[in-house]
Structure formats: C-alpha cells, structure tokens
Design a protein around this ligand. Structure first.
Ligand SMILES: Nc1nc2c(ncn2[C@@H]2O[C@H](COP(=O)(O)OP(=O)(O)OP(=O)(O)O)[C@@H](O)[C@H]2O)c(=O)[nH]1
Ligand SMILES: [Mg+2]
Length: 284
C-alpha cells in the first residue's frame, strides 16, 4: 500500500465524492477492521452519511479474537447499528448480506410496494479506511463474471452498478474514509495492524505498545512465540524489547527488532487478536 498522507484537500474530495454517491444508494456498508473496530472507524461517518441506513461489516474477522468480535457485534447493536463479521477471503456470502440489507430496509421497500412501485434491487456502497478490505469484499460479493448493470445518472462519471444478487447492486467505486488518529493509541493500533504504514509512528513506540498489549491480553501467545520464561514477564516493556532484540540476533538494533515484532503480529504469527477491547477499557 502506498504511503497515505491525508491532506485537507484529499479529505474534502473524498467526502464530496461520498456525499455525491449517497444520493443514489439505499444503504451504506461501513467496513471496519475486526481487530480494531473502533480505531478503524472514522468518527465523522455519522455526520457524513446522515440518516442513511447503515450496516457495519467487520472485515478480516479471521484475524480477530472471535469472542471480542461477538462482543463488538452486540455493542454495535446496542448503539442501534446492525453489524456482521466476515472473512472476505473465505466465507462471505452474498445471501447473508442481501438478507440483512433487506431487513434493514424492510419499511422503505414495503412502502414502495404499497405505492405500487415496481420491485427493484437494493443499491449499496461500501465505505471504509484504506486497506480495510473494500475491494476484496466487493469482488467477493460481485461474482467477477457478473455483468455490470450500467451507468446511472447522478453517479460520479464512469461509475458502474455491479450486480451482487438479483436483489442487491453495488457501486463499483468504494468510498474512502481516512483514519483519524488524534490520540496516540489509536495511531498505534492502526500502525500495528498495518492500516497505516507511514512514518508518523516510530516502530519502537508501536512495538512497545504491542508488547504491553499482548502481555496484558494474550500473554500465552507472546510466551509461546518467543519462548519467554516467567522471569521475562517481570521485565519492563523496554527491557523485554531489548531481550527480544538480542534473541533475534540483532545486537542492539531495537528498531529492526521492533519491525520484526510488528510484522509477526500483522501476519498473525502470535495468533488472532483484537486491539480495541470491549471488556473494561476500550483501547484505541
Ligand atoms: N485475512 C483477511 N485478509 C483480508 C480480508 N479482506 C481483505 N483482506 C486483505 O487486506 C488487504 C487489503 O484489502 P483491499 O481489499 O485491497 O483493501 P481496500 O480497502 O480496497 O484498500 P484500498 O483500495 O487501499 O483503500 C489485502 O491484502 C487483502 O487480501 C479478510 O476478510 N481477511
Ligand atoms: Mg481498494
């Protein structure tokens, strides 16, 4: 993924495009990363999409802690937001997404039928921060061989409707939101999962955040991956990072060791994890 720099001009353009497209869709599929369901949301989404019906799709659920994912779905529902978790590489079914969209829009669709309007497919747009899995989900929902449904007036020039099912159409261009990292921890959570790969965060800071987090929530995974002893858990985060650096054969190059640790975590070498916790303090 290219380095992302969200300049105000880019943000304004992304919002404008999204706002233009909102007029022609019935529902917004807001994609969030199941490992960071909070940090990967843009807090302004509600303001941007206003009262447009809205489904939260938690992507990469195969990488997240299943118990936390279940909690997050409940938490979103408590906020009045329907939510589902998917692994776009494997099990996402068009049927499930079609059915849940129909139930969210049931009143609107009933209303149209009562007015004698012809039954029509639901139109949706996917939105989310870079790298959250928008294109993967779109490809999965739209059978690649499926015919494009065609341009419609009002849609940004050159955009097409893609047929997902006979009841669901998707706009071919996903909406882009930008990650917000006003607080350090959100930034670190985004950096650790690979949602942002710019130079904004020093890798040793991200590695120390990761060590602190895994010690607290997934100590066994950390212990097994790096063959840690009980005594190692008494070390400070910094000393533990230095120990790992030596263990990796990197002498005192703790920056390189940090990159290695971060890559291991991104590649799920320490197993599945969710950084934004629903139990107790919600991180990030
Ligand atoms: N394990 C796993 N990986 C996924 C899933 N969805 C997407 N990915 C991976 O995440 C990376 C980014 O996916 P994309 O679909 O390109 O994300 P995007 O939101 O379109 O990214 P941009 O176009 O850069 O904004 C790719 O390496 C995908 O293979 C998922 O459900 N599970
Ligand atoms: Mg994409």
């Amino acid at each position: 993924m290219a380095t992302i720099q969200w300049f105000p001009g880019h943000m304004a353009k992304a919002i404008r495009q999204l706002e233009e497209n909102l007029h022609v869709v019935d529902i917004v599929f807001e994609l969030v990363d199941a490992r960071i369901p909070q940090s990967s949301r843009n807090p302004e989404i509600e303001r941007i999409i206003k009262d447009k019906p809205h489904l939260v799709i938690m992507t990469k659920s195969d990488l997240a802690d299943p118990e936390q994912t279940a909690n997050w779905i409940k938490q979103f529902k408590r906020q009045g937001l329907p939510a589902i978790a998917v692994d776009s590489k494997a099990n996402i079914t068009t049927k499930t997404v079609t059915r849940i969209s129909q139930s969210i829009l049931a009143d609107k669709l009933d209303n149209e039928q009562q007015k004698g309007l012809k039954e029509r497919p639901i139109r949706a747009i996917t939105v989310g921060i870079p790298n959250v899995g928008k294109s993967t989900l779109l490809n999965r929902l739209v059978n690649k061989r499926a015919a494009q449904v065609g341009d419609r007036p009002g849609v940004t020039k050159g955009q097409q409707w893609l047929r997902s099912s006979s009841k669901l159409q998707l706009l071919d261009t996903p909406g882009i939101l930008w990650p917000k990292f006003d607080d350090e921890e959100t930034g670190q959570a985004l950096a650790l999962t690979g949602a942002i790969k710019d130079q904004r965060f020093a890798s040793d800071d991200v590695a120390l955040y990761a060590l602190k987090f895994f010690r607290q929530y997934y100590p066994k995974a950390l212990q097994e991956r790096y063959k840690l002893t009980e005594n190692d858990f008494d070390l400070s985060d910094v000393d533990l990072l230095l120990k790992l650096t030596k263990q990796f054969g990197m002498k005192d190059d703790y920056e390189r060791a940090s990159d290695r640790l971060i890559l291991d975590i991104r590649k799920s070498k320490l197993g599945r994890y969710t950084l934004n916790r629903t139990d107790g303090e919600v991180r990030g």
